[in-house]
Ligand binder design. Structure first.
Ligand code: HEM
Length: 120
């Protein structure tokens, strides 16, 4: 089987349907080239509003039927690079924990002089 092509979100962003660019959308880290489908879309050009970006929420919020989710698969052309993935293998959103920097001494943990003065 051919290897799946991987793209960054920045690369996907240029495929936004403007000029001669194709229309790519991202659904749960998979990338779909839906350029040829747009004229057939029952809700018309709304897809263009999501072109070149993560359309997961818009797609889910549009009441698409089960068969439409299956249909999407035929347009798949790649996936988001591992480092930028937003969903795990089960399609669940990955929660990234942003590590807080340790404070350098007590003085810096005071948000401002007035608060520190009041709290002591
Ligand atoms: C990503 C952005 C998209 C948005 C915001 C969107 C929005 C919508 C909306 C609002 C409807 C309802 C139309 C109505 O009831 O009159 C609809 C229907 C539909 N859309 Fe989309 N759509 C998107 C992408 C797609 C894609 C990529 C496909 C196919 C590959 C698709 C296939 C369909 C189909 C077949 C229907 C008819 C209802 C159904 O059976 O699900 N849409 N869409």
């Amino acid at each position: 089987m051919a290897e799946i092509k991987k793209y960054t979100f920045a690369e996907v962003k240029t495929r936004n349907g403007r000029g001669k660019n194709p229309v790519w959308i991202v659904y749960k880290d998979s990338i779909y080239d839906v350029t040829s489908y747009i004229p057939e879309h029952p809700a018309g050009d709304v897809i263009l509003e999501e072109a070149g970006q993560d359309a997961t929420k818009a797609f889910d919020d549009s009441g698409h039927s089960k068969s439409t989710y299956k249909m999407l698969e035929q347009y798949k052309i790649g996936e988001i690079v591992d480092a930028e993935r937003k969903y795990d293998a089960n399609g669940k959103k990955i929660k990234r924990v942003i590590e807080a920097k340790p404070e350098e001494g007590n003085r810096k943990s005071c948000m401002n002089i007035i608060t520190c003065g009041l709290l002591g």
